[in-house]
Ligand binder design. Structure first.
Ligand code: PEP
Ligand code: MN
Length: 339
């Protein structure tokens, strides 16, 4: 349930509403969106008819959305204006130049991370990525360097002056990862790891939430709501391809997700063409297509020597590929610009 309040609502009136909601055993959340103040009552999907009837009689309450969106914090219904997430100097979101996030799938060594960082920083990149905790399909695949990888990533980012993004795979790791990373990534395999979503929601770092392999957009929105509800307003959604019947690509990039999500949510939207494509030749056209359908940025895997990569080598762009991709993007991206 969400109630819209009149603009000159007094402190006493607001306090009265808060008390009523708390007495009903629900949690209160007050937000401003679309020029109005909203009070939400959360904690149970069950209707509270008595509470609704009482609230309706109060002059401070203009409107009650009983069938409020199931994800009120993520929904555009109450926050019509698109959110921009700030990371250092970079603003991510609708109306800003597309944000380019790039780097290797996994942090492998100081030399590899340094070389990747230089390529990204010198060729239009805004944020540097690299995984230290890798969620691999096989337990025998490279699992990442753990904390040592976080250190190398943070060091490489510092050297080139770029904020860093890295994945966190377990709730108990959130604090550690957040102590090195500027942005936390929650991967496709963990999109519905609700304890992880809540832990990331308590962190003071923006979160890139990737769509699960077989997750509907409704499920993605609910997952985002977990992070927002836990107190973190800086959530960025990322389409990275979903499972389909066709093995011609690693996943099927759902570009329609971008305009659909744009309607549903105020949150910034990224596209990761690398994990969708699975091979590097497909990455540049998918990246351009993602910006054409309105993505606010790209997450792209770039490796100084993809042939030696310990994970996702076939889809990693070489430094030259990355330069060529950035140069082919519309001028607004800040590359040399062909568009
Ligand atoms: C990644 O970004 O390296 C990654 C593992 O992505 P996803 O969770 O989308 O598979
Ligand atoms: Mn990867």
């Amino acid at each position: 349930m969400i109630a819209r309040l009149k603009t000159d609502c007094s402190i006493r009136e607001r306090a009265e509403i808060v008390t009523l909601i708390e007495k009903a055993g629900l949690r209160v959340r007050i937000d401003r969106g679309g020029g109005s103040e909203w009070i939400g009552a959360f904690g149970s999907d069950a209707p509270r008819n008595e509470l609704l009837d009482t609230l309706r009689t109060l002059p401070a309450v203009l409107e009650i959305a009983r069938d409020a969106s199931p994800y009120p914090l993520a929904s555009r219904d109450y926050f019509p204006q698109s959110t921009r997430v700030r990371v250092g100097e970079v603003e991510i979101g609708e109306g800003t130049p597309p944000t380019l996030i790039a780097g290797p799938c996994a942090v492998e060594s100081r030399a590899q991370m340094r070389a990747a960082a230089r390529t990204v920083a010198e060729n239009g990149g805004h944020l540097l990525r690299g995984g230290a905790f890798k969620p691999r399909t096989s337990p025998y695949s490279f699992q990442g360097l753990g904390e040592a990888g976080l250190e190398l990533l943070a060091e490489a980012g510092r050297e080139v002056g770029l904020p860093v993004v890295t994945e966190v795979v377990a709730p108990e790791d959130v604090e550690l990862v957040a102590s090195y990373a500027d942005v936390l990534q929650i991967g496709a395999r963990n999109m519905q790891n609700f304890r992880l979503l809540q832990a990331a929601g308590r962190a003071t770092r923006p979160v890139i939430l990737k769509r699960g392999h077989a997750a509907t957009l409704d499920e993605l929105m609910h997952a985002a709501e977990y992070v927002l509800d836990a107190g973190n307003p800086d959530v960025i959604l990322c389409e990275r391809g979903i499972r389909s019947f066709d093995p011609a690509t690693r996943a099927t990039l759902d570009l329609a997700a971008v305009p659909v999500l744009r309607e549903l949510t105020h949150l910034p939207l990224l596209v990761d063409p690398s994990h969708a494509a699975g091979r590097r030749a497909l990455v540049p056209p998918l990246a351009r297509a993602a910006l054409a359908v309105g993505a606010d940025g790209l997450l792209v895997e770039v490796h100084p020597d993809p042939a030696s990569a310990l994970s996702d080598g076939p889809q990693a762009l070489t430094p030259d590929d990355w330069k060529a991709l950035v140069a082919s993007l519309p001028a607004l991206v800040g590359g040399s610009g062909a568009g």
